[in-house]
Design a protein. Sequence first.
Length: 314
Amino acid sequence: MKKIQNSYKKSGVNISLANKFVKHVSQLTKKGVKKKINALDRLNIGSFGSLYDISQLKIKDPVIVSCTDGVGTKIDLANKFKIYDTIGIDLVAMCVNDLIVQGAKPLFFLDYIAVGKLNLKITKKIINGIFKGCKIADCKLIGGETAEMPGIYSENKFDLAGFSVGIVSKRKLLSKKKVKQNDIILAIPSSGIHSNGYSLVRSILKNNKINKGLKKELLTPTKIYAKEILKLTKENLIHSAAHITGGGLIENLLRSVPENLSINIDLSKIKTKKIFKWLKSNNISDKEMINTFNCGVGFCLIVDKKNIYKIKKT
């Protein structure tokens, strides 16, 4: 009896399928690109390393800023509800929103997708979302990695990580060192829960019926604030900023204020969406809400109060 030979494919890794996915990503990144393509851009997708030409950037005293993040257990709900086209936007948002806290313009983004078994239909939807997020943030998706890992992840499970790089002039860097006494905090609305606190959300869902409206609310992608914030930094209207993520409003704001100063927040002025009221109704204390969720505030600016009119106008 002839012995059946072992192969990578039989062990659960399909290289030809992965190559089809790389081809899809390559085609995706060419969409919307001007006819004059930089010679370096032609080498990006499919190469061992991604290239980005910074010689055309007219920035004095440039500083490179880098961030990495994921979307946590929100992935589990995307999988459960079989909605995959928004989770990629979340991934980009969680990274680039951290970049702009320091005033950096996002330049490029890379992704890492780990799966139990590569499903082209699902993975294409995820990468399409990542591409859409990059478009909103005005940065380029220039590379990434897709790892098929049978036995590590079950067949239908996946995980995401993102890596973003931006640039800013030393003169334009936002820092808590610039914050002064009597500066004010401006709250910028969130689009919903964003990508934090989902372990608690999932725990609550065990005792609740999930309708179509709730699914939509729970998977509303994290808002990307890049274009709006960079307009303000260009005009030198921001001293410091905070991306409101894990740890909630207070903890993230304190990271953006000098230790010799304190913050005074009137929580009654914060307008919350229905999703937060629904969460609160599930036996969650005010303290827990504030320490876990953004509660309607996705980003904060710390500014000189004399600049409020200019900021609103911008």
